[in-house]
Ligand binder design. Structure first.
Ligand code: FAD
Ligand code: EPU
Length: 338
Protein backbone atom coordinates (compact mmCIF):
# COMPACT_ATOMS: atom_id res chain seq x y z
CA UNK A 1 0.00 0.00 0.00
CA UNK A 2 1.45 3.35 -1.05
CA UNK A 3 1.10 6.37 1.23
CA UNK A 4 0.95 9.76 -0.48
CA UNK A 5 1.69 13.08 1.20
CA UNK A 6 0.09 16.42 0.31
CA UNK A 7 -2.09 14.63 -2.22
CA UNK A 8 -4.48 16.67 -4.37
CA UNK A 9 -8.16 15.83 -3.81
CA UNK A 10 -9.32 18.04 -6.68
CA UNK A 11 -10.65 15.13 -8.74
CA UNK A 12 -11.91 13.32 -5.65
CA UNK A 13 -14.53 15.88 -4.64
CA UNK A 14 -17.37 16.71 -7.02
CA UNK A 15 -17.24 20.44 -6.19
CA UNK A 16 -13.75 20.30 -7.72
CA UNK A 17 -12.18 22.23 -4.85
CA UNK A 18 -8.40 22.46 -5.06
CA UNK A 19 -7.65 20.96 -1.66
CA UNK A 20 -4.84 18.59 -0.63
CA UNK A 21 -4.83 15.83 1.94
CA UNK A 22 -1.90 15.67 4.34
CA UNK A 23 -1.93 11.89 3.80
CA UNK A 24 -3.79 9.77 1.26
CA UNK A 25 -4.05 6.04 0.57
CA UNK A 26 -5.91 3.90 -1.90
CA UNK A 27 -7.30 0.93 0.11
CA UNK A 28 -8.04 -2.20 -1.91
CA UNK A 29 -8.59 -4.56 1.03
CA UNK A 30 -9.54 -4.71 4.70
CA UNK A 31 -5.83 -5.27 5.45
CA UNK A 32 -4.96 -2.02 3.62
CA UNK A 33 -7.46 -0.13 5.78
CA UNK A 34 -6.00 -1.69 8.94
CA UNK A 35 -2.51 -0.60 7.90
CA UNK A 36 -3.79 2.88 7.12
CA UNK A 37 -5.52 3.38 10.46
CA UNK A 38 -2.42 2.16 12.31
CA UNK A 39 -0.39 4.75 10.40
CA UNK A 40 -2.90 7.50 11.27
CA UNK A 41 -2.74 6.51 14.95
CA UNK A 42 1.07 6.78 14.88
CA UNK A 43 0.93 10.17 13.16
CA UNK A 44 -1.92 11.28 15.42
CA UNK A 45 -4.14 12.42 12.56
CA UNK A 46 -7.84 11.64 12.05
CA UNK A 47 -8.96 9.15 9.40
CA UNK A 48 -11.44 10.29 6.74
CA UNK A 49 -13.03 7.59 4.55
CA UNK A 50 -13.63 8.79 1.02
CA UNK A 51 -15.82 7.33 -1.71
CA UNK A 52 -16.73 9.33 -4.81
CA UNK A 53 -16.51 12.66 -2.94
CA UNK A 54 -20.03 13.61 -4.05
CA UNK A 55 -21.46 14.53 -0.66
CA UNK A 56 -18.82 16.57 1.05
CA UNK A 57 -17.34 20.03 1.23
CA UNK A 58 -13.60 19.97 1.75
CA UNK A 59 -12.60 23.19 3.40
CA UNK A 60 -9.20 24.43 4.43
CA UNK A 61 -6.18 22.34 5.28
CA UNK A 62 -6.82 18.66 5.55
CA UNK A 63 -4.54 17.50 8.37
CA UNK A 64 -5.89 13.98 8.10
CA UNK A 65 -5.36 10.63 6.42
CA UNK A 66 -7.90 10.26 3.61
CA UNK A 67 -8.60 6.61 2.89
CA UNK A 68 -10.07 6.14 -0.58
CA UNK A 69 -12.13 3.02 0.06
CA UNK A 70 -11.71 0.97 -3.10
CA UNK A 71 -12.77 -2.52 -2.01
CA UNK A 72 -14.40 -4.19 -5.00
CA UNK A 73 -16.59 -7.20 -5.77
CA UNK A 74 -20.28 -7.93 -6.33
CA UNK A 75 -22.00 -11.24 -5.79
CA UNK A 76 -25.40 -12.85 -5.58
CA UNK A 77 -25.31 -14.44 -2.14
CA UNK A 78 -28.61 -16.31 -2.35
CA UNK A 79 -31.79 -16.40 -4.35
CA UNK A 80 -35.24 -17.84 -3.73
CA UNK A 81 -38.66 -17.23 -5.25
CA UNK A 82 -39.06 -13.92 -3.42
CA UNK A 83 -35.71 -12.38 -2.63
CA UNK A 84 -32.28 -12.04 -4.13
CA UNK A 85 -29.59 -11.29 -1.62
CA UNK A 86 -26.63 -9.36 -3.10
CA UNK A 87 -23.40 -8.16 -1.57
CA UNK A 88 -21.03 -5.46 -2.85
CA UNK A 89 -17.69 -4.06 -1.84
CA UNK A 90 -17.74 -0.49 -0.53
CA UNK A 91 -15.68 0.75 -3.47
CA UNK A 92 -18.13 -0.35 -6.17
CA UNK A 93 -19.68 2.54 -8.08
CA UNK A 94 -23.32 2.88 -6.99
CA UNK A 95 -24.90 3.30 -10.43
CA UNK A 96 -22.92 0.42 -11.97
CA UNK A 97 -23.99 -1.71 -9.01
CA UNK A 98 -27.66 -0.80 -9.58
CA UNK A 99 -27.44 -1.70 -13.28
CA UNK A 100 -25.75 -5.00 -12.35
CA UNK A 101 -28.56 -5.87 -9.90
CA UNK A 102 -31.15 -5.35 -12.66
CA UNK A 103 -29.19 -7.59 -15.02
CA UNK A 104 -29.16 -10.19 -12.24
CA UNK A 105 -32.99 -9.99 -12.05
CA UNK A 106 -32.74 -8.43 -8.59
CA UNK A 107 -35.19 -5.55 -8.34
CA UNK A 108 -35.85 -2.61 -6.04
CA UNK A 109 -33.10 -0.12 -6.78
CA UNK A 110 -34.13 0.96 -10.29
CA UNK A 111 -35.37 4.32 -8.88
CA UNK A 112 -31.92 4.92 -7.35
CA UNK A 113 -30.16 4.86 -10.73
CA UNK A 114 -27.50 7.48 -11.43
CA UNK A 115 -26.98 8.61 -7.84
CA UNK A 116 -23.26 9.46 -7.80
CA UNK A 117 -20.81 7.88 -5.39
CA UNK A 118 -19.97 4.43 -4.12
CA UNK A 119 -21.76 1.59 -2.36
CA UNK A 120 -19.88 2.20 0.93
CA UNK A 121 -21.24 5.72 1.32
CA UNK A 122 -24.85 4.80 0.48
CA UNK A 123 -25.75 3.82 4.07
CA UNK A 124 -24.20 6.97 5.57
CA UNK A 125 -27.18 9.12 4.63
CA UNK A 126 -29.52 6.30 3.55
CA UNK A 127 -29.52 7.55 -0.03
CA UNK A 128 -32.90 7.99 -1.63
CA UNK A 129 -34.68 9.19 -4.74
CA UNK A 130 -38.04 8.83 -6.49
CA UNK A 131 -39.77 7.32 -3.47
CA UNK A 132 -37.15 4.68 -2.60
CA UNK A 133 -34.39 4.64 0.02
CA UNK A 134 -31.70 2.02 0.52
CA UNK A 135 -33.21 1.12 3.89
CA UNK A 136 -36.13 -0.45 1.96
CA UNK A 137 -33.81 -3.24 0.80
CA UNK A 138 -31.00 -3.16 3.32
CA UNK A 139 -29.90 -6.35 5.03
CA UNK A 140 -26.56 -5.69 6.75
CA UNK A 141 -23.16 -4.13 6.37
CA UNK A 142 -19.63 -4.77 7.53
CA UNK A 143 -17.48 -1.98 8.86
CA UNK A 144 -14.06 -1.69 10.37
CA UNK A 145 -13.84 -0.04 13.78
CA UNK A 146 -11.23 2.74 13.42
CA UNK A 147 -10.20 2.42 17.09
CA UNK A 148 -9.81 -1.36 17.31
CA UNK A 149 -9.33 -2.51 13.71
CA UNK A 150 -12.07 -5.14 14.28
CA UNK A 151 -14.76 -5.86 11.70
CA UNK A 152 -18.31 -5.40 12.96
CA UNK A 153 -21.58 -6.31 11.31
CA UNK A 154 -24.52 -3.85 11.48
CA UNK A 155 -28.12 -5.00 11.08
CA UNK A 156 -30.96 -2.87 9.70
CA UNK A 157 -32.01 -1.84 13.22
CA UNK A 158 -28.49 -1.00 14.27
CA UNK A 159 -28.07 1.38 11.32
CA UNK A 160 -30.97 3.55 12.62
CA UNK A 161 -31.82 4.79 9.14
CA UNK A 162 -33.95 7.90 8.72
CA UNK A 163 -34.47 10.52 6.01
CA UNK A 164 -30.88 11.32 4.89
CA UNK A 165 -29.73 9.92 8.23
CA UNK A 166 -28.17 6.91 9.97
CA UNK A 167 -26.20 5.96 13.06
CA UNK A 168 -23.06 6.81 11.04
CA UNK A 169 -24.03 10.49 11.12
CA UNK A 170 -24.77 10.32 14.85
CA UNK A 171 -23.50 7.96 17.60
CA UNK A 172 -21.14 6.05 15.26
CA UNK A 173 -19.92 9.14 13.39
CA UNK A 174 -16.19 8.89 12.52
CA UNK A 175 -15.91 5.48 14.24
CA UNK A 176 -16.23 3.09 11.27
CA UNK A 177 -15.15 2.48 7.71
CA UNK A 178 -17.79 0.52 5.82
CA UNK A 179 -16.21 -2.30 3.80
CA UNK A 180 -19.21 -4.08 2.24
CA UNK A 181 -23.00 -3.85 2.13
CA UNK A 182 -25.57 -6.63 1.67
CA UNK A 183 -29.03 -5.94 0.28
CA UNK A 184 -32.18 -8.01 0.07
CA UNK A 185 -33.75 -7.28 -3.31
CA UNK A 186 -36.94 -8.57 -4.93
CA UNK A 187 -37.05 -11.48 -7.37
CA UNK A 188 -40.11 -9.86 -9.01
CA UNK A 189 -40.28 -6.25 -10.13
CA UNK A 190 -42.78 -4.04 -8.24
CA UNK A 191 -42.54 -0.69 -10.01
CA UNK A 192 -42.78 2.36 -7.76
CA UNK A 193 -43.73 5.18 -10.09
CA UNK A 194 -45.66 7.61 -7.91
CA UNK A 195 -42.97 10.29 -7.57
CA UNK A 196 -43.31 13.36 -9.78
CA UNK A 197 -43.53 12.62 -13.50
CA UNK A 198 -41.85 9.21 -13.34
CA UNK A 199 -44.97 7.21 -14.28
CA UNK A 200 -45.60 9.44 -17.28
CA UNK A 201 -41.95 9.13 -18.39
CA UNK A 202 -42.08 5.34 -18.11
CA UNK A 203 -45.42 5.04 -19.91
CA UNK A 204 -44.15 7.16 -22.80
CA UNK A 205 -41.34 4.76 -23.52
CA UNK A 206 -41.68 1.67 -25.61
CA UNK A 207 -40.19 -1.30 -23.88
CA UNK A 208 -38.70 -2.85 -27.00
CA UNK A 209 -36.31 -5.62 -26.09
CA UNK A 210 -35.48 -4.02 -22.74
CA UNK A 211 -36.91 -5.33 -19.50
CA UNK A 212 -39.31 -3.04 -17.63
CA UNK A 213 -36.77 -2.50 -14.85
CA UNK A 214 -34.24 -1.09 -17.31
CA UNK A 215 -36.95 1.16 -18.80
CA UNK A 216 -37.63 2.57 -15.32
CA UNK A 217 -33.91 2.97 -14.66
CA UNK A 218 -33.46 4.88 -17.91
CA UNK A 219 -36.48 7.09 -17.26
CA UNK A 220 -34.99 7.97 -13.87
CA UNK A 221 -31.61 8.72 -15.50
CA UNK A 222 -33.23 11.00 -18.07
CA UNK A 223 -35.23 12.95 -15.48
CA UNK A 224 -32.11 13.34 -13.34
CA UNK A 225 -29.94 14.44 -16.27
CA UNK A 226 -32.52 17.06 -17.15
CA UNK A 227 -32.63 18.70 -13.76
CA UNK A 228 -29.37 17.94 -11.97
CA UNK A 229 -26.01 19.29 -13.13
CA UNK A 230 -23.32 16.79 -14.15
CA UNK A 231 -20.48 17.30 -11.66
CA UNK A 232 -17.96 16.70 -14.47
CA UNK A 233 -19.33 19.85 -16.12
CA UNK A 234 -20.47 21.96 -13.18
CA UNK A 235 -19.13 21.15 -9.71
CA UNK A 236 -21.82 20.31 -7.14
CA UNK A 237 -22.80 17.90 -4.38
CA UNK A 238 -26.45 17.32 -5.29
CA UNK A 239 -29.02 18.78 -2.89
CA UNK A 240 -27.13 21.09 -0.59
CA UNK A 241 -29.85 21.16 2.08
CA UNK A 242 -32.25 18.54 3.40
CA UNK A 243 -35.94 19.09 2.85
CA UNK A 244 -37.11 20.52 6.20
CA UNK A 245 -39.69 18.52 8.16
CA UNK A 246 -42.28 20.62 10.00
CA UNK A 247 -45.44 20.15 12.06
CA UNK A 248 -48.92 20.52 10.58
CA UNK A 249 -49.40 23.84 12.45
CA UNK A 250 -46.29 25.32 10.79
CA UNK A 251 -47.43 24.17 7.36
CA UNK A 252 -50.95 25.60 7.87
CA UNK A 253 -49.50 28.98 8.76
CA UNK A 254 -47.21 28.94 5.73
CA UNK A 255 -50.09 27.91 3.46
CA UNK A 256 -52.01 31.04 4.42
CA UNK A 257 -49.26 33.23 2.95
CA UNK A 258 -48.03 30.80 0.30
CA UNK A 259 -50.94 28.64 -0.93
CA UNK A 260 -48.77 26.96 -3.56
CA UNK A 261 -46.04 25.82 -1.14
CA UNK A 262 -44.85 22.27 -1.96
CA UNK A 263 -45.16 19.81 0.96
CA UNK A 264 -45.43 16.03 1.27
CA UNK A 265 -46.81 14.04 4.23
CA UNK A 266 -43.92 12.49 6.15
CA UNK A 267 -44.16 10.29 9.24
CA UNK A 268 -47.11 12.23 10.70
CA UNK A 269 -45.50 15.58 9.82
CA UNK A 270 -44.79 17.45 6.58
CA UNK A 271 -41.69 17.60 4.42
CA UNK A 272 -41.29 20.94 2.65
CA UNK A 273 -39.51 21.17 -0.70
CA UNK A 274 -36.40 23.20 0.15
CA UNK A 275 -35.87 23.80 -3.58
CA UNK A 276 -39.27 25.51 -3.73
CA UNK A 277 -38.44 27.70 -0.70
CA UNK A 278 -35.12 28.83 -2.23
CA UNK A 279 -36.72 29.32 -5.62
CA UNK A 280 -39.62 31.30 -4.14
CA UNK A 281 -37.17 33.43 -2.17
CA UNK A 282 -35.85 34.56 -5.56
CA UNK A 283 -32.59 32.66 -5.34
CA UNK A 284 -32.86 30.18 -8.20
CA UNK A 285 -29.94 30.78 -10.58
CA UNK A 286 -28.56 33.29 -8.05
CA UNK A 287 -24.81 33.90 -8.18
CA UNK A 288 -22.43 35.15 -5.56
CA UNK A 289 -18.98 35.26 -7.14
CA UNK A 290 -18.15 31.87 -8.62
CA UNK A 291 -20.71 30.03 -6.45
CA UNK A 292 -24.38 29.89 -7.27
CA UNK A 293 -27.62 27.95 -7.21
CA UNK A 294 -28.38 25.84 -10.27
CA UNK A 295 -30.80 27.51 -12.65
CA UNK A 296 -32.95 24.36 -13.04
CA UNK A 297 -32.89 23.22 -9.39
CA UNK A 298 -32.38 25.85 -6.69
CA UNK A 299 -31.50 23.23 -4.05
CA UNK A 300 -28.24 22.42 -5.84
CA UNK A 301 -25.29 24.73 -5.16
CA UNK A 302 -22.78 24.86 -7.99
CA UNK A 303 -19.19 25.89 -8.61
CA UNK A 304 -19.24 28.00 -11.76
CA UNK A 305 -15.46 27.65 -11.95
CA UNK A 306 -12.81 28.70 -9.49
CA UNK A 307 -15.09 28.81 -6.44
CA UNK A 308 -13.56 27.60 -3.19
CA UNK A 309 -15.25 26.06 -0.15
CA UNK A 310 -15.58 29.48 1.50
CA UNK A 311 -17.55 30.80 -1.49
CA UNK A 312 -19.96 27.86 -1.39
CA UNK A 313 -20.33 27.91 2.39
CA UNK A 314 -20.81 31.71 2.30
CA UNK A 315 -23.56 31.32 -0.27
CA UNK A 316 -25.15 28.54 1.81
CA UNK A 317 -25.27 30.86 4.84
CA UNK A 318 -26.86 33.60 2.75
CA UNK A 319 -29.53 31.19 1.49
CA UNK A 320 -30.24 29.92 5.01
CA UNK A 321 -30.72 33.45 6.27
CA UNK A 322 -32.91 34.62 3.36
CA UNK A 323 -35.11 31.50 3.64
CA UNK A 324 -35.40 31.88 7.40
CA UNK A 325 -36.36 35.56 7.14
CA UNK A 326 -38.97 34.83 4.49
CA UNK A 327 -40.52 31.58 5.76
CA UNK A 328 -39.24 31.11 9.33
CA UNK A 329 -37.85 27.71 8.29
CA UNK A 330 -34.30 26.53 8.97
CA UNK A 331 -32.37 24.71 6.28
CA UNK A 332 -29.94 22.03 7.41
CA UNK A 333 -26.97 21.18 5.20
CA UNK A 334 -26.86 17.72 3.64
CA UNK A 335 -23.17 17.31 2.68
CA UNK A 336 -20.60 16.89 5.40
CA UNK A 337 -18.04 19.68 5.82
CA UNK A 338 -14.44 18.65 6.57
P1 FAD B 1 -18.39 10.73 -0.26
O1 FAD B 1 -18.80 12.08 -0.71
O2 FAD B 1 -17.02 10.27 -0.63
O3 FAD B 1 -18.56 10.63 1.32
C1 FAD B 1 -19.76 11.08 1.93
C2 FAD B 1 -19.64 10.80 3.44
O4 FAD B 1 -19.60 9.39 3.64
C3 FAD B 1 -18.36 11.35 4.06
O5 FAD B 1 -18.66 11.72 5.38
C4 FAD B 1 -17.41 10.15 4.03
O6 FAD B 1 -16.41 10.23 5.02
C5 FAD B 1 -18.38 9.02 4.29
N1 FAD B 1 -17.94 7.75 3.67
C6 FAD B 1 -17.71 7.52 2.37
N2 FAD B 1 -17.38 6.23 2.18
C7 FAD B 1 -17.39 5.64 3.39
C8 FAD B 1 -17.12 4.32 3.87
N3 FAD B 1 -16.78 3.33 3.05
N4 FAD B 1 -17.23 4.10 5.20
C9 FAD B 1 -17.59 5.08 6.07
N5 FAD B 1 -17.85 6.34 5.67
C10 FAD B 1 -17.77 6.61 4.35
N6 FAD B 1 -27.94 11.59 -2.59
C11 FAD B 1 -29.16 11.01 -2.42
O7 FAD B 1 -29.44 10.45 -1.36
N7 FAD B 1 -30.09 11.03 -3.41
C12 FAD B 1 -29.88 11.63 -4.59
O8 FAD B 1 -30.74 11.63 -5.46
C13 FAD B 1 -28.61 12.25 -4.81
N8 FAD B 1 -28.35 12.87 -5.97
C14 FAD B 1 -27.13 13.46 -6.15
C15 FAD B 1 -26.88 14.09 -7.39
C16 FAD B 1 -25.66 14.70 -7.62
C17 FAD B 1 -25.42 15.37 -8.95
C18 FAD B 1 -24.65 14.68 -6.63
C19 FAD B 1 -23.31 15.29 -6.90
C20 FAD B 1 -24.89 14.05 -5.40
C21 FAD B 1 -26.14 13.45 -5.15
N9 FAD B 1 -26.43 12.81 -3.94
C22 FAD B 1 -27.66 12.20 -3.76
C23 FAD B 1 -25.45 12.78 -2.86
C24 FAD B 1 -24.41 11.63 -2.99
O9 FAD B 1 -24.41 11.10 -4.28
C25 FAD B 1 -24.66 10.52 -2.00
O10 FAD B 1 -24.64 11.01 -0.69
C26 FAD B 1 -23.61 9.39 -2.10
O11 FAD B 1 -23.96 8.32 -1.29
C27 FAD B 1 -22.22 9.87 -1.72
O12 FAD B 1 -21.31 8.84 -2.08
P2 FAD B 1 -19.78 9.09 -2.19
O13 FAD B 1 -19.12 7.77 -2.41
O14 FAD B 1 -19.49 10.14 -3.20
O15 FAD B 1 -19.46 9.63 -0.73
N1 EPU C 1 -38.87 22.90 -6.81
C1 EPU C 1 -39.07 24.21 -7.16
N2 EPU C 1 -37.98 24.94 -7.55
C2 EPU C 1 -36.73 24.42 -7.58
C3 EPU C 1 -36.52 23.08 -7.20
C4 EPU C 1 -37.63 22.33 -6.82
O1 EPU C 1 -40.19 24.72 -7.13
O2 EPU C 1 -35.80 25.15 -7.93
C5 EPU C 1 -40.04 22.07 -6.46
C6 EPU C 1 -40.34 21.07 -7.60
O3 EPU C 1 -41.14 21.63 -8.58
C7 EPU C 1 -41.01 19.95 -6.88
C8 EPU C 1 -40.37 19.98 -5.49
O4 EPU C 1 -39.76 21.25 -5.35
O5 EPU C 1 -42.38 20.23 -6.74
C9 EPU C 1 -39.36 18.87 -5.27
O6 EPU C 1 -38.32 18.94 -6.25
P1 EPU C 1 -37.57 17.63 -6.78
O7 EPU C 1 -38.56 16.63 -7.25
O8 EPU C 1 -36.53 18.09 -7.74
O9 EPU C 1 -36.91 17.01 -5.52
P2 EPU C 1 -36.15 17.63 -4.26
O10 EPU C 1 -37.04 17.53 -3.07
O11 EPU C 1 -35.59 18.97 -4.59
C10 EPU C 1 -35.20 15.35 -3.46
C11 EPU C 1 -33.87 14.84 -2.98
C12 EPU C 1 -32.98 14.51 -4.16
C13 EPU C 1 -33.66 13.43 -5.00
C14 EPU C 1 -35.01 13.97 -5.47
C15 EPU C 1 -35.81 12.92 -6.21
C16 EPU C 1 -33.45 15.83 -0.81
C17 EPU C 1 -32.69 16.83 -0.02
N3 EPU C 1 -33.23 15.82 -2.12
O12 EPU C 1 -34.96 16.59 -4.12
O13 EPU C 1 -31.76 13.98 -3.65
O14 EPU C 1 -32.88 13.08 -6.11
O15 EPU C 1 -35.80 14.39 -4.32
O16 EPU C 1 -36.29 11.98 -5.30
O17 EPU C 1 -34.22 15.06 -0.23
C18 EPU C 1 -29.59 14.64 -2.88
O18 EPU C 1 -29.93 14.23 -1.76
O19 EPU C 1 -28.45 15.09 -3.12
C19 EPU C 1 -30.57 14.62 -3.97
C20 EPU C 1 -30.32 15.12 -5.19
Amino acid sequence: MRMFENYSLETLNTFGFKVSARYFVEAESVEDIREAIAFAARENVPVVPLGGGSNLVLSGNQEALFVHVNLRGKEVVSRDGETVCVKAGAGENWHEFVRWTLAEQAFGFENLSLIPGNVGAAPIQNIGAYGVEIKDHFQSLEALDIQTGELKSFSLDECQFGYRDSVFKNAARDHFIITSVTFSLDAELSPRLDYGRLRQEVEQRSQGSQSEAFVISEAVCDIRMEKLPDPMVLGNAGSFFKNPVVDESVLSKLQRDFPDIVAYPFEGRWKLAAGWLIDRAGLKGFRQGAAGTYNKQALVLVNHGGAGPDDVLGLAKHIQSVVFDRFGVELEMEPRVY
